[in-house]
Design a binder for this molecule. Structure first.
Ligand code: R5P
Length: 290
């Protein structure tokens, strides 16, 4: 049978439902519960022998997922699935990409070894490639890196009146440029000290009058970068900004803080399930799988 089977982790993600429809995939069925001591029981109920398998996994809070994911992949292998490909729109453990102080774990590398050992391929969206230039520097399986920029650009063009784009740091320049297309944009300079505090400086710019500032970033994690940028935009007399991010981590109460900081809208992609998800990554992912 040519129809692929898609397993969703968690079972209820909106991205998973869209992927299922667009891929015309059979739903992967499995039973999972926890024993009283916290160990996992897992049983695959679908007939997977000889079938192409995709697992769509939200690797947000990866420590609570990773073992289950590996149990699932290993069991699929035992049951003789033809191939097991991981769709991880948010790829975790990409930020510790260097040993800064002697003795630190290079978690990006260890994590890549784990996934490479259990999956045949990895498909992800805008991973945090900072000191690594590409995933093949650490992953030994074929990897596909998709870019959300065209989808974000489309959303901004269709939904924001008179936008001008702002990238929060130099690293975002290329990406913001691509999202902006023919729209005006500026890039800020950001420094983060060892305590994680952020300092931002703005370039002198013209042409922002009357326009809607749109901050675009790959990840909102502690929210520190965006909160400061919003505060500074306000002090500069700019209009209420729109915030767009691919990966909505929103640690602790950062989403509420951002909403209360004075924004027009906060919009994210559904790489991580969150109430701010507006931009659906399913068409992008399916276009590479088909
Ligand atoms: C940094 O390089 C990234 O592009 C983001 O700007 C950063 O990860 C955001 O983190 P936070 O929300 O903790 O300031």
């Amino acid at each position: 049978m040519n129809q692929p089977i898609l397993f969703n982790f968690p079972k209820t993600s909106s991205l998973g439902q869209h992927l299922q429809e667009k891929l015309n995939a059979e739903e992967g069925r499995f039973l999972r519960y926890s024993f009283p001591d916290g160990e996992t029981y897992l049983r695959i109920e679908s007939d997977v022998k000889g079938r192409e398998i995709f697992i769509n996994a939200t690797l947000f809070h990866p420590n609570s997922w990773i073992l289950d994911l590996l149990f699932l992949a290993d069991t699929l292998r035992t049951l003789e699935a033809k191939s097991i490909k991981l769709i991880a729109p948010y790829l975790s453990y990409m930020r510790q990409d260097k040993v800064f102080q002697e003795g630190e774990a290079l978690t990006s590398k260890t994590f890549s070894h784990l996934l490479s050992a259990y999956f045949d391929a990895l498909i992800t969206v805008d991973p945090h490639l900072h000191r690594y230039h590409c995933l093949s520097q650490i992953y030994t399986i074929p990897t596909t890196v998709l870019q959300a920029a065209p989808l974000i650009s489309e959303w901004i063009h269709e939904n924001v009146e008179n936008p001008f784009l702002i990238g929060p740091d130099e690293e975002s320049r290329q990406w913001v440029q691509e999202v902006a297309g023919d729209l005006p944009f500026i890039v800020l300079q950001k420094e983060r000290n060892s305590q994680g505090q952020v300092k931002i400086s703005w370039p002198s710019f013209k042409g922002g009058e009357g326009k809607t500032p749109v901050f675009v970033d790959d990840i909102i994690s502690s929210g520190g970068t965006m909160l400061l940028a919003i505060e500074q935009a306000k002090a500069l007399g700019l209009k209420l900004p729109v915030i767009v991010a691919i990966h909505p981590i929103f640690a602790n109460d950062s989403y509420e803080k951002l909403k209360n900081a004075g924004v027009l809208k906060i919009v994210t992609c559904n790489s991580i399930p969150h109430s701010s998800n507006v931009i659906d990554l399913a068409p992008l992912i399916v276009s590479t799988l088909k």
